[in-house]
Design a protein around this ligand. Sequence first.
Ligand SMILES: Cc1cc2nc3c(=O)[nH]c(=O)nc-3n(C[C@H](O)[C@H](O)[C@H](O)COP(=O)(O)OP(=O)(O)OC[C@H]3O[C@@H](n4cnc5c(N)ncnc54)[C@H](O)[C@@H]3O)c2cc1C
Length: 567
Amino acid sequence: MTTTDTQVMKETSSAGENHSTIIQPDTLSQHSRISGGSSSPSQEGSVPSSPSSKSNKVGDSSVVLDMPPTARKPLVTKRKRVLIVGSGASGTAAAYALGKHPDKFDVQVWEKLSLPGGVATSEHIEGPGDLVINDGVQGGCPTYRNTLNLMSEFGFSGSPVHMMISFGKGPTAWTNYTKTDLIDRLKDEIKRFGRTLKIINKLEFFFIFIPISKVLKWFGYSDAFCYEMVFPLTALFFGTGNQTPNVSAAIVARVFLDDDLRLFDYDPECLLSQTPEMFAFPKLRDMYQTIMRKMETQYHANRAVASVIRRNGKVHVVDDADNEEVFDEIIFACDAETVLRVLKQPSYLEKKALGNVRYYNDVTLTHEDDEYMEKHYELHKDVDQYFIRTDPNDRSKLEMSFNLSNYQPHLKDTGRNIYQTIFLDDKIKDIWTIDEIDKSKVRFTRWWRQFSHTWKHFAFTVPLWRYVQGTKHTWYCGSYTLINTHEIGIISGFAAACRLGASYPFIEDKLAREQFEQYLLMIHGKPRRYGCNGATFLSILFAPLMFIFVGLALFVQFIMRCCGKDV
Ligand SMILES: Cc1cc2nc3c(=O)[nH]c(=O)nc-3n(C[C@H](O)[C@H](O)[C@H](O)COP(=O)(O)OP(=O)(O)OC[C@H]3O[C@@H](n4cnc5c(N)ncnc54)[C@H](O)[C@@H]3O)c2cc1C
């Protein structure tokens, strides 16, 4: 971190939380600073509130004039005013890509909370060592090229860790680094599973709409293999929680077979026999604050979008303090439920696509209760990062824990084992064992609202995005558009920005670019570049097929609803 960074960080730490606050771009100037305003004691990391951010009515240019001299741009009349709603991974990525074209775009980011990062949060944990931990998002695999490139642009990098997982307990225990009785018992099915994965992978277009539980049943796998091995593994990798049996079979096959995204090699003897290299994120709060501050965009913290009306080719946006501004384009980088709440007169397809995203309430307890961990998991204290077990009474239900001290490098030498246990879906909280965690050892509790990406997500939501992107100057990004990973969040933000005319920032990185292009094709139905290339060909080929598919999907959904089925 540079001296300038540290200074700004200090300035930000005594700031107000209850007011809309604005961070101006931190240009390379040593004198750059956050624009003024009242400050009151509050949460670390928030920034002084700017009077301009509240009084900034339609056409008011005070925000730009507030900028430090080095950050002022020559007056360009035709810059598009773009609002990005939300500053999680996707909103940040969109802001970054658009911010690279200050001559074309005048970008604002409005964020409901006092800090950027969305679900990528950090928390202070009391006790010896005075620790800051990442309490939700932890890391990714080396194929997260877009995330890693973005981090490196701002001087951040991931720390390598080897993934060590402890599944189950007692007779159902297994790991990815030792042989256990369960592996021995299920060795025939493990061997057969390789062939099944290949079939699924070859017929991906069909299997994307079939839940993995069905496919495993069709192929005659035992409950033990499904519930103790395949489902926990999938839940862990994709954060699919209790919806895992309904996850698309094609997605599960990709965990093992996709050349670019593969995390584990399939091992015919043990299922997993590797401790693949992952990376742990640096302190996410510092990372997101630095990125947001250094970009060519205006960042308004504590400013929630309350309503959005699209009329006469413009987007009229009202914030939670009743101030209205007018933009040329809007990028929603918040959750689908919020979009549906604030967007007035959504189109039929917007209502369908957004309304089809299913969310669940989960809670994580960060704690230091060794006894709880020993009771419920096979605890290898010094090595495991991940723990996952199935409920003995209902094997379709899962609970996951983490030993953050084996994951986040700065926690390793503290002599503390800081665990985190996540209880999934509050609709089934009667089966949670949350009360068994010693309250005096709980350091922090946080609720999350997470979407599920079951096969229904791929059948009824994902195919619709291409038809709603750009409707009345409105764009959608966020991991909920495809899969719940940080990398998809970042790629989705770049995609929205590129559709508006920004260039894709990591063109030199083949894997990053290819993943971006795949997303763009799938979610926007567009190639990155029109011309004589495979992506253009696929976009043309798939256009009528997708049209037919979406028609069928809407019809099936209608019939299922009429029959009282939850879709
Ligand atoms: C507990 C947890 C752990 C995870 N762990 C990992 C992991 O280890 N690795 C991995 O790859 N992925 C992980 N993920 C998934 C991944 O990190 C997320 O999918 C991704 O970060 C989401 O980014 P996003 O921009 O789509 O949404 P979000 O991060 O949810 O951002 C949305 C933003 O919109 C803001 N907002 C909402 N309403 C409004 C409004 N009205 N006005 C203005 N702003 C608004 C919100 O405050 C928020 O900042 C995890 C997710 C969770 C929840």
